[in-house]
Write a protein that binds this ligand. Structure first.
Ligand SMILES: Cc1cc2nc3c(=O)[nH]c(=O)nc-3n(C[C@H](O)[C@H](O)[C@H](O)COP(=O)(O)OP(=O)(O)OC[C@H]3O[C@@H](n4cnc5c(N)ncnc54)[C@H](O)[C@@H]3O)c2cc1C
Length: 301
């Protein structure tokens, strides 16, 4: 068993810390931003493999996470994870998604809003991120892990897990990680219990308990964290084509997150450092699968 420093406190850092603590390691998390201020907190968050590569590893990580989220949803609703049915819509007949093996039943449907012709319905984990990140944080603390706020200019010595997402550009000089900006509008919940997705937009309407998250955008290379009113208005227009009730819902807030995109998610060991970053638009979706692999890589120390 080792002393492990996890750098980063988004969904990846916290999930890795949980698995490492379970394996008997002593874990300290160091992070510039605490969990509720990370990109992870902005996440919608629907289980859906999006903007993450390569397909074979992403499918395996997603499948593992799906299993864990299904268990968590059945354990206690207070964790913030729910299994919800929803529909992904298309304007032409879709082929099977490349991540088909990661999800259980996938049913074709023609019961889609006007302007669409086809759809898949399936049940997937939907995660209320602020609630879930708080639960992960408590789970880390309850197992003896610590979280300290610190902006690092370099990785520390010793056994380190690097889950800094976009921060890896500067921290480890990896300029293949780049931002894909996503803007969302958070609405007051009006009783929506299904999610809707048009990945081509991307446009999505994702129900949480007290809120509905509506998106979105995927601006490659854009760094601004300032929500744009014009973009918000466009998002609401697009979302109302999926779920007309969006038009009448009260806007609670606007948010922007920078997805840490990379040509391939990096989960690998390099000396004393296990890297785990570059999850693009699927950090939540990949979290438990990647954390299991990180724990194995640390254990092999
Ligand atoms: C609008 C939007 C919607 C999304 N929807 C979904 C979805 O529905 N499903 C899904 O699976 N994914 C979704 N995503 C993607 C998901 O949010 C990300 O893939 C995920 O948050 C990445 O998690 P992470 O822990 O790797 O990074 P982050 O959450 O960015 O955390 C990185 C951590 O590293 C720390 N850090 C960085 N640099 C340093 C440094 N130098 N020193 C110390 N600490 C440092 C940060 O402070 C932070 O604590 C969405 C993203 C956005 C923006």
């Amino acid at each position: 068993m080792a002393d492990v420093t996890v750098v980063g406190a988004g969904v990846m850092g916290l999930t890795c810390a949980v698995r490492l603590l379970e394996a008997g390691h002593r874990v300290e998390i160091l992070a510039r931003d605490l969990p509720q201020d990370t990109t992870s907190a902005v996440s919608a968050a629907l289980w859906y493999p999006y903007l993450a590569f390569p397909q074979d590893r992403v499918t395996a990580w997603s499948a593992r996470s799906f299993e864990v989220f299904a268990e968590l949803a059945a354990t206690d609703p207070g964790i913030g994870v729910r299994m919800r049915a929803g529909t992904e819509v298309f304007t032409e007949r879709p082929t099977d998604p490349w991540w088909r093996d990661a999800v259980g039943e996938l049913t074709r449907t023609a019961d889609v809003p006007p302007s669409y012709t086809d759809g898949w319905t399936f049940t997937a984990p939907v995660v209320d991120m602020p609630v879930y990140l708080a639960w992960l944080t408590e789970r880390v603390a309850a197992s003896g892990g610590t979280i300290t706020q610190r902006d690092l200019a370099a990785l520390p010595a010793g056994v380190v897990v690097n889950t800094t997402g976009l921060g890896s550009r500067d921290l480890v000089g990896d300029h293949t990680v780049h931002p894909v900006r996503g803007q969302v509008v958070v609405l007051e919940q009006w009783g929506l219990d299904r999610w809707w997705l048009d990945a081509a937009g991307p446009t999505y309407v994702v129900p949480r308990l007290g809120e509905v998250v509506v998106g979105g955008t995927d601006d490659d290379g854009a760094w601004s964290r300032e929500p744009s009113p014009a973009t918000a208005s466009d998002i609401l227009d697009r979302a109302a084509r999926l779920v007309p009730a969006v038009r009448d819902a009260r806007v609670l807030r606007h948010a922007v997150g920078l997805r840490p995109a990379r040509p391939a998610v990096r989960v690998e060991r390099d000396g004393g450092v296990v890297h785990c970053y570059g999850h693009g638009g699927a950090g939540l979706t990949l979290s438990w699968g990647c954390a299991d692999e990180v724990a194995d890589l640390v254990g092999a120390a």
